[in-house]
Structures are given as C-alpha cells and as structure tokens.
Write a protein that binds this ligand. Structure first.
Ligand code: THG
Length: 369
C-alpha cells in the first residue's frame, strides 16, 4: 500500500513528547482529538511481541481530559453516561459509555472522579467538550468545563510494574486496577492510574507540569534500560486480540451500548438521570438487531483503511468488518465486526471480497484472548 506523510499544522496539535518520539523513531501517526497520536515505531508485529514481554512508554497525550468542576459537576457527568456513578469513589477510574438522547454512543472514555465536584473525562476521539458545554448551557448548570494541559504518558507491558516501583517506590504497588493516586517526581505531584489501552498491564501518568513530566519521560527510559524499555504506542494487534474497542473505528454514534457489548456499563434500573435512558429501556425490551462480534479468516495479512461488507453465500450483506489485523498468536486474520441479526451466532460463515478475491471466514466471540 502506498503511504503518505502527515501535514502538521496548528490544527493537528503536537504533544510535549513529539520531539522525543521523533528522535526515537516514530514511523507513522494518526490524529486523535485533533492531536498527533503515534501509530507505529517500525514493525507492528515486532512492537506487539515487545509489548507482551517487556515495557513500553507511550505518548498518548491525544487522550485529552475534559475537566468538569463545580457544584453541578457530578450531575452533568451522570447526565452524559448510562453507567450509574452514584456510588463512585474519589481516586477511582470508571469506563463509561457516553450516549445521546437516542442512546447513540458519543464516546467511551475513562472517567476519573478526583472529587465530588471535580471530574476528568479521559476521552476517545470525539468532541465531548462541545457536547458537555451544550448540555451545561441548556440545563443552566453551575459548572466550569475546560480542556486542561494534561498530557498522558502510558507505561505498558509486564515489566512496567518493576520499572515504576524502581522510580516511585513500594507505594505504587498499592494502586489497584483503575485506581489512581498522586506520586512525587522532580518536586511535582503526578496523578498516576493503574490503567492503559493494552491488556499487558501498566500505568498512565497524567502529566500536568510539562517540564517535570519530560524529565520523568527521560528518566523512565534511563531506568528502563535493564527491562529493555522501548518507545511504543497503542498496538493494533494487541488491542484487537484483547477486544479493546476503538471509538470511530469499531463503534460510533450510529451504535447503541447494547450493540457494542457494553451491557455491564448500562444501568437502566437505578434512579439516576441520564440522556437516552428511555430509549435504552425500549431497545432492551425490543432486543437489539445487530451486535459487535469477532470474526476470523485463514489469511496471512490484511490492511483495512475503512470498513468492508461481510456477505452470506447469496451475497446479501450480513455485517460490517470494522477493524482487522493478522494475529501472530492465532496465526490468522482476526477482526471486529458489527453483525446483523440472526447472523451474529458463533461459527456463522462470512464472505468477504478483498482485491477481487472472495474469502471465507467465521464469526467468533470477543475478546479473542
Ligand atoms: N486511557 C485513558 N483514556 C483513554 C483511553 C485509555 N481515552 C480513550 C480510550 N482509551 C477510551 N477507551 C477505553 C477502552 C477500554 C479501556 C479503557 C479505555 C479499558 N478497558 C478495560 C477492559 O475492557 O478490560 C477495563 C474496563 C473496566 O474497568 O471495566 O481499560 O486507555 N486514560
């Protein structure tokens, strides 16, 4: 496939780490929340194997924070998500589908409750801040909504635990999955969560002070030498195998949370108020008509730049392949597809046309691993 360079501009924002990752060999970018997000450091497959064995430092500053503070902050955050946050605790992260009045997905962020009246919504790629501001204005909420200068770096991979303990001491071992706390480095306190967009384990450092954050970035590479640390980024192969969904790719505003398998983050029976609740009740009682599933093909490679139709034997469209990659673990192509009812059953045969060739695969469960 022919490739093209990206034209940088003010609109496509750089991150504080950009000059560093460019020295370290970033080879491609995507754009995420109007910001550069590294997409590869050379071979995706080499990075995948490295991530599963060692530790990587990721520039994920594109995961922007929408800060909501003020007396109505909790009310506004709850209005946007179908997950019941009434029993949420300070110092905890919550994976929350944000939906609109028609139950269409707006985003699938990690929500951080810093305090009852201060929240960070760590967003995937859509303009949540505009939605939040519109709702706050329309409802006359007493809130302040900003995009603070927070630039996340993620420390991912099995060796991330040792590396972070070397730097921050024993205390970091007390952090539970999706818990966060403040840790000192270079005279500054950094919010660190045990989280990240891989299933290999690790942390995310929400850098607010750029200069001490960059010192920390360099120190992580220095201290990480003994653990074979490398720069990296969210890895397409690892995240598909793990079933981590990508907003804009696997799911979007045309899908509802039930179709995306988010059932455990949907609470329609509690008395909290959120947009789309009535619609969700209706969808639940009528049943969904499509569902996100895994698919697999006995193929050695695939390169998707958009979605592809999946057909039955007669050529009728029965689903849409939205992401795919070759999996070194399964030694076949695996993908994430929105399948129409009743074709979403495991083992359902699917046909696809790639470069004029007809190929056959089958439906399987998510996550793959
Ligand atoms: N970290 C932070 N912000 C983010 C992401 C992140 N914003 C954008 C994007 N990623 C949001 N999407 C996801 C998707 C999945 C998870 C996190 C963010 C995730 N899921 C776990 C799982 O599926 O096993 C845990 C979910 C749970 O607690 O139930 O981690 O990565 N800061």
């Amino acid at each position: 496939m022919k490739t093209y360079s990206i034209a940088k501009s003010r609109r496509v924002r750089s991150t504080p780490y950009t000059s560093r990752i460019e020295k370290q060999g970033v080879t491609s970018y995507t754009v995420y929340n109007h910001m550069l997000l590294p997409a590869a450091f050379g071979s995706l497959e080499d990075s995948y194997h490295h991530l599963k064995e060692y530790v990587q430092i990721w520039d994920v500053a594109g995961e922007r924070q929408v800060e909501i503070s003020g007396v109505d902050a909790a009310k506004l955050v709850q209005l946007m998500t179908c997950r019941d946050l009434s029993k949420s605790k300070n110092g905890r992260c919550y994976y929350c589908p944000l939906i609109d009045d028609q139950a269409g997905l707006i985003n699938d962020p990690v929500v951080l409750r810093i305090s009852e009246d201060r929240w960070w919504i760590s967003i995937a790629d859509s303009d949540v801040i505009l939605y939040a501001k519109g709702l706050a204005i329309g409802n006359k909420f007493n809130v302040k909504i900003t995009e603070p200068n927070v630039d996340i770096m993620a420390i991912q991979g099995p060796k991330s635990f040792k590396l972070m303990e070397d730097i921050f001491g024993e205390k970091i071992k007390q952090l539970k999955f999706f818990g966060f706390d403040y840790f000192e480095f270079g005279g500054d306190k950094h919010l660190i969560a045990q989280s990240g967009w891989s299933k290999q384990g690790g942390y995310e450092i929400y850098v607010e002070n750029t200069s001490s954050g960059l010192k920390l970035y360099d120190y992580l590479f220095e201290k990480g030498k003994q653990y074979n640390v490398k720069p990296g980024c969210p890895n397409l192969i690892e995240r598909i195998e793990s079933g981590l969904l990508s907003y804009g790719n696997d799911i979007d505003n045309g899908d509802n949370p039930y179709e995306c398998g988010f059932d455990k983050y949907v609470n329609i029976d509690s008395d909290v108020e959120f947009l789309g609740k009535e619609k969700l009740k209706k969808i639940k009682s009528e049943g969904i008509k499509r569902k996100l599933m895994g698919v697999e093909f006995d193929m050695k490679e695939i390169s998707l730049s958009g979605s592809l139709n999946l057909m039955d034997e007669k050529g009728h469209i029965i689903g849409e392949l939205r992401s795919a990659c070759f999996s070194p673990f399964f030694k076949k192509v695996i993908g994430i597809a929105m399948m129409k009812k009743p074709f979403w059953e495991v083992s359902q045969t699917v046909n696809i046309k790639i470069n004029g060739n007809n190929l056959t695969g089958k439906v399987c469960d998510l996550p793959f691993i």
